[in-house]
Every structure is written in C-alpha cells, then in structure tokens.
Design a protein around this ligand. Structure first.
Ligand code: FE2
Length: 474
C-alpha cells in the first residue's frame, strides 16, 4: 500500500463500521448488485453483465456434508511444529503441501472423507528435503475430485503436526454452490482473529490477495523466511491453514514497499519469491514470474491469479504476456463465474482519493486498464468479479462510475485481515459508485450459486459478526 493511504494505527482503534454511500445499493445502478439485505436475487434483471435471467433459474446443489475434523493417531506437538501444515492450489486430483521440518526426514499421512469418517488414502514415508533444508513441499496427486482430505506430518520421533484439511477442486463438469474466503494485508493486529473465524467454516478454499507479510527491508532469503515463519505460526494463520487450502498472490510487501522489478536486485527478487512459494504452496504459472496462474472449479468457477507487481516496467502494469493470458482465459472460460485475484484495485478510486496513489494502481496505467476492461465489455463476458486488497479497507462498488467503460463490472475489496485500517475510509462521505465502504478488520465470504448466477458477498469481522452483505448478479 502506498504512502497516500492512511495514518498509522493510532487512529486504527476498532470501531463500528461505517456504512457509507448506501444509496448506491439501489437496485440496478450497479452491475447486478441487489444491495445489502436483499435476499431475492431474482428480483431484478440487474443491468448485469450478461448472466442468465428468467424464471427457469434453479439453485445449484449444496456440497455434501463432511465428517468432523480428522485427528491423527498420536500426539500433536505444536511446540515443536508451531507452523502446522499448508496446502495450496488444489486441483480436482491434487494439492501442493508445505511442511517445515527443518531438514529432518518425516512421513505424511493423507486421509479421505468417506461417509461420516475418514479412511487412509496414502502414506508417504522417509520424505527428505530439497537443498534448502527447511521447508519441504510435496505434490499430492491421484486424488478424487470435490472430496475432503486431511494431511498431517509425522516426525521421525513420532510426533504429529496439526493436520490440514483441504478440498479438491470440482471435476470438469462440477456444478454446485461454492464457499470461498478471502482477505489481504496481515501486517499487525495479531493473532488475526478474522482468520480464526474463517477457519471454523471448512471453506472450499481461501484466497490471499497479497501483503500476507510485510518483509520490507529484507536483504536475503533468511530475512524473508523469518517473516514467513512468524506469519505461519500466528494463531489465525495456523487455524486457517488447518481448515482449507490457500490460493495466494503477492503484493508489494512480500518483497519491499512499492518495489519495482526495474530497480530491485534480481537476487533479492528471487529470495523473496522463494520464501513466498515455500510458505504458501503454489504451482508455477505458464509464464513470466510464474505467479500468475488459473484454477478451475468445474463449470462453476475459474480463478485467475494475477501478479500485479512482479512484471511492472516500461509503462506496463503487467506484462503483455500476462495481459493476453488473462484476456484469452476469460474469453475461453466455460465457468459460470470468473474471479480475478487482483492485488491492487482496478477500480477508479478518484471519488475517494482523487489522484493520490493512482500511479500505484491500474489507474496509473490507463492503456492496459482500458484494454482489459474493454475486452470484458466488448465480449460480454459474464460472471466476472474483480477481487482485490491493498488499500486497507473493505469495499464493494463499480469499477468505473456511470458512463465509464466498466460501470457494470464490480470489484470487492477484501481485508485488511490485520494491517492498520485506512482512516480515509472512515472519513469518506459516500459516492454512488461505491455500494459500501467499511472500516474494520475483516475477511470476506463468497457464496457462489452458479444456478442462480449470484454471488453472496459477506464481510465478517474479528468477532464473527456480519459487517455487510450484498448479493451480486453476475
Ligand atoms: Fe497492505
């Protein structure tokens, strides 16, 4: 987040969420937003982006129930293994697992939900480490789609980590209600109670929109690892990691404040990237930094993960390769919903901040911004939702004001989950472009119903209370 944003946490005392600009929730003025407390998603044609309308819509089926969390058959030793276990980038048949065992060999036990219990699926013994000697990553494959699993590490001494439950992605034709969580910016307010709340829900997956650590000033791999180890053992992250798999992108603070690939030493970039990938297990994307990549959850959802930091330069916000990949992917996607994980907003935020900080956002790169927004409009691509973080306050609103290219596209700002709150949000008096601007630590629950074409967006606070909700018709 840039310097323009807000004062530090002296003004960030926890306070009631301010609901501003509520007039915006007026049905029809936003691309398919029904507004807070409106529980009738069929009540409005919604000036939507091309989604289905009409009386034939039927809700998609719910996920089948899961058993109570699996408990390993031995002693869970959280003093020796405070970092738990992380899973990430789930596919229909696999997931990536990160384990910190600091060089000692270990075993992994994978169990699968079946009926109201768990059955052993696979056991991997005597797993060693790659050259870094600290974090081992294991790619699990051959799994069943849309199935709950749990995985735990057992040390050579016989002790277990807290297990990590995850859910494999839907099969290619999968069609059901999905529940995802999301947040951003975890640079304070430990132990991240919002994440502990999210961890109680056995979500299908959880999206991290960047600034998961604030590793500014790090100069080598060990520096970066220290920040990630701190994050991994913070209670909220331990519990979240135990509850579901992660899909992560990064923003600037995983590397350095407002860093630029044009000025950062290449070895520092590589160290930051290594530590990021160790901590939040990821698959490599098809090009560039490898951070941008996509995941499909059947015909229900495709998630496009952007790298909004690592390929800036020469007037580009992202590389041409990444932009083309996004546009092609959106056009080709057969999923009802397309979420774009966007670490810095694409929304025109002039109504709140004027020109301040615009050069740090998509707004500072108007040619690329216009191109991607125009691509979505001109091709009438339905089901697109921009999901972002970075600015340290939650928001729902139109990407552009009325009359702009993307006035019918919607962006949801998630977090902060722990970083200081942006006082600018508390001072904002409202603008029709934005349905809601909040001022509280939060995570966001997305309930996607591909049958109805709706996404219920619910912001949840540290105490589990509902801060705001709205139903989007995409
Ligand atoms: Fe941040």
């Amino acid at each position: 987040m840039s310097d323009w944003s807000a004062e530090r946490s002296g003004l960030a005392s926890r306070r009631a969420v301010l609901q501003m600009g509520a007039a915006l929730a007026a049905v029809g003025c936003v691309g398919g937003e029904d507004g807070a407390k409106d529980s009738d998603p069929e009540g409005d044609s919604g000036a939507d982006g091309g989604g289905d309308t009409g009386a034939s819509l039927e809700p998609a089926p719910e996920r089948s129930p899961e058993p109570a969390p699996w408990e390993p058959p031995g002693v869970v030793d959280e003093r020796t293994f405070p970092y738990g276990i992380q899973t990430g980038d789930a596919l229909p048949d696999g997931v990536v697992v990160s384990v910190r065992s600091f060089g000692a060999p270990f075993s992994l036990t994978l169990v699968r939900a079946e009926g109201d219990g768990w059955v052993e699926d696979q056991v991997f013994t005597d797993i060693g480490h790659d050259e870094n000697g600290e974090v081992a990553q294991v790619v699990l494959s051959g799994l069943r789609p849309d199935t709950a699993y749990s995985v735990a590490m057992q040390s050579a001494g016989g002790f277990w980590t807290r297990p990590g439950r995850f859910r494999t992605a839907l099969a290619a034709d999968g069609w059901r209600i999905l529940r995802l969580g999301a947040t951003s910016c975890l640079g304070g307010n430990e132990p991240w109670r919002a994440l502990s709340v999210a961890a109680t829900e056995a979500l299908d997956a959880f999206l991290l929109l960047g600034d998961t650590v604030y590793a500014d000033g790090s100069v080598d791999l060990e520096d970066y690892r220290l920040f990630w180890k701190q994050a991994a053992q913070t209670r909220g992250m331990v519990e979240l990691s135990a509850s579901t798999s992660l899909i992560a992108t990064w923003d600037d603070h995983e590397v350095d404040n407002n860093w630029s690939p044009e000025t950062l030493p290449p070895e520092t970039f590589q160290d930051a990237l290594t530590a990021f990938r160790e901590a939040l297990p990821q698959r490599r994307g098809p090009g560039g930094t490898g951070v941008w990549r996509s995941f499909t959850w059947g015909k229900t959802l495709e998630i496009f993960v952007l790298d909004c930091r690592g390929e800036r330069g020469e007037g580009r916000y992202i590389s041409e390769e990444q932009l083309q990949w996004l546009q092609d992917g959106l056009s080709a996607s057969e999923a009802r919903f397309k979420f774009i994980m966007n670490s810095v907003p694409i929304t025109d935020l002039s109504a709140i901040f004027g020109a301040a900080g615009a050069s740090d956002r998509w707004q500072g790169y108007p040619e690329q911004r216009e191109r991607v927004l125009r691509h979505i409009e001109d091709n009438a691509i339905a089901g697109v939702l921009w999901v972002t973080g970075d600015v340290h306050y939650p928001q729902v609103g139109q990407v552009d004001p009325v009359g702009g290219t993307a006035a019918r596209q919607v962006e949801v700002f998630t977090g902060p989950g722990g970083s200081f709150l942006n006082v600018a949000a508390s001072l904002f008096v409202g603008d029709p472009q934005y349905s809601w601007v909040g001022y509280a630590w939060n995570w966001c629950r997305f309930t996607l119903d591909p049958g109805l074409g709706t996404v219920l967006v619910q912001f949840v606070g540290d105490d589990g209370g509902l801060l705001y909700e709205t139903t989007l018709r995409l």
